[in-house]
Ligand binder design. Structure first.
Ligand code: AMP
Ligand code: GLY
Length: 421
């Protein structure tokens, strides 16, 4: 069969790479794709951007594409799955109503509270004055979040009231009609859990830990993600509690019809005092979490994605490589403030056992060039996290482009530990 993957990031390169390995697949189209998806065997880039639902649907229909996989959040929030399924396509991803778990934080909070899933205390506000009053009256309300999709940039984690006041000034300065949440400031270690959902049931996919801050030591501005590792020992340690307090309420809600959701549910969790507080939901795979997870998946991914769309996840089991993966993102010098364009990327002597997933790249006249903020990621596997990390940094030496930068401490939480399985 032929498959269409929609999107152009490192996540989509990892999805295309994995789907192309399926024995069911003849061709994987990627719209619009990047330099990496252009270079995979079986894959072909299609120059249609992910917001052009009509053109994407026409293309898929004409090419008799049997399955479409949506990568990014924006088209999901805008209803691409509704649009395509109404026109007869089979699609992986939630409909617009399901994607609201990511596109509206207040909606997600209501769902969590309704299902009894642990989450930070909060208030929702539509004007600056009432938000300010709430922050002054409640000394726990120190996290400010915009309600809509903000690509990780609409969250201000503050220590002091003065910082909350400054963030509110900033947010309402940009948008007078902003709807925002004030949340309790939690403290703890984070992990991401990915659940496949078929409308009736869930199947735990994998766990991962991202590094959102730009600089070493988790300092600097939030980014889309500078690196990741998988699996996460913190998840193993708290698996039972997370299953009971987070996964089971979601599975029960799907089973009894009070929650409608198909696709992958990405759950951001912070462990505080042994309680798994859910910080956010995303309606898609993570980036760069997908790059870290896919090389660990031994099973064919495609039947699992199709089973989500068809409501048949009970027929699927997933087999995982037990080794740790470490994924390090190489980015433009001034990312996230600015990106890089048109600089030649050299890949010389990439070790056979390292994976290079491209993101902000383009193939221009047979030359691979930079075309974005996060340019590519290198992923390696090893039984020991420290060795997976060493291999990733060693493989990164085979990559170069002008202004290339990266964090030097990806996987620092686990890299010094020894793990026996
Ligand atoms: P979100 O987009 O909601 O996941 O927020 C982005 C990041 O902000 C999270 O990964 C956390 O590091 C941080 N964050 C979000 N909510 C809270 C909270 N209630 N307490 C502490 N940190 C938070
Ligand atoms: N890496 C975080 C995200 O994909 O939202």
């Amino acid at each position: 069969m032929d498959v269409l993957v929609v999107g152009s990031g490192g996540r989509e390169h990892a999805l295309v790479w994995k789907i192309a390995q399926s024995s069911l697949v003849e061709r994987v189209y990627c719209a619009p794709g990047n330099g990496g998806t252009a270079g995979e065997s079986k894959s072909i880039n299609v120059p249609i951007s992910s917001d052009r639902f009509e053109e994407l649907t026409q293309f898929a229909t004409q090419k008799k594409i049997e399955f479409v996989v949506i990568g990014p959040d924006n088209p999901l929030a805008d209803g691409i799955v509704d649009y395509m399924t109404e026109r007869g396509l089979k699609v992986f991803g939630p409909k617009k109503a399901g994607a609201k778990l990511e596109s509206s934080k207040s909606h997600a909070k209501k769902m969590m509270t309704g299902l009894g899933i642990p989450t930070a205390r909060y208030g929702v506000f539509e004007d600056k004055e009432s938000a300010l009053k709430f922050a002054r009256e409640n000394d726990w309300a120190r996290v400010v979040k915009e309600d809509g999709l903000a690509l990780g940039k609409g969250v201000y984690v503050c220590d002091e009231l003065s910082e909350v006041e400054a963030s509110l000034e900033k947010l309402y300065g940009i948008n007078q009609n902003a709807v925002l949440l004030l949340e309790e400031r939690l403290k703890g270690e984070e992990l991401s859990l990915f659940l496949l959902c078929d409308g009736k049931r869930t199947l735990t996919f994998a766990d991962c830990q991202d590094h959102k801050r730009r600089f070493d030591g988790d300092k600097g501005p939030n980014t889309g993600g500078m690196g990741a590792y998988s699996p996460v020992p913190l998840y193993e340690k708290n698996k039972h509690t997370i299953d009971k307090q987070v996964v089971r309420p979601i599975s029960n809600a799907l089973a009894d019809g009070s929650l409608e959701y198909k696709g992958v549910l990405f759950i951001g969790i912070m462990m505080q005092d042994g309680v798994p507080y859910v910080l956010e939901f995303n309606a898609r795979f993570g980036d760069p979490e997908t790059q870290a997870m896919m090389p660990r998946l031994k099973s064919d991914l495609l039947p699992a994605l199709i089973a989500c769309a068809e409501g048949k996840l009970d027929t699927i089991t997933l087999d995982w490589d037990e080794r740790f993966s470490c994924c390090v993102v190489a980015c433009a010098e001034n990312y996230p403030e600015s990106s890089s364009k048109g600089e030649e990327i050299l890949l010389r002597g990439v070790p056979d056992d390292a994976h290079v997933f491209q993101a902000g790249t383009a193939m221009v006249n047979d030359t691979l060039t930079t075309n974005g903020g996060r340019v590519l990621a290198v992923v390696t596997l090893n039984e020991q996290p420290s060795l997976a990390r060493e291999a990733a940094y060693s493989a990164l030496k085979s990559v170069s482009f002008k202004g290339m930068d990266y964090r030097k401490d990806i996987a620092w939480r686990v890299a010094d530990q020894c793990h026996s399985k």
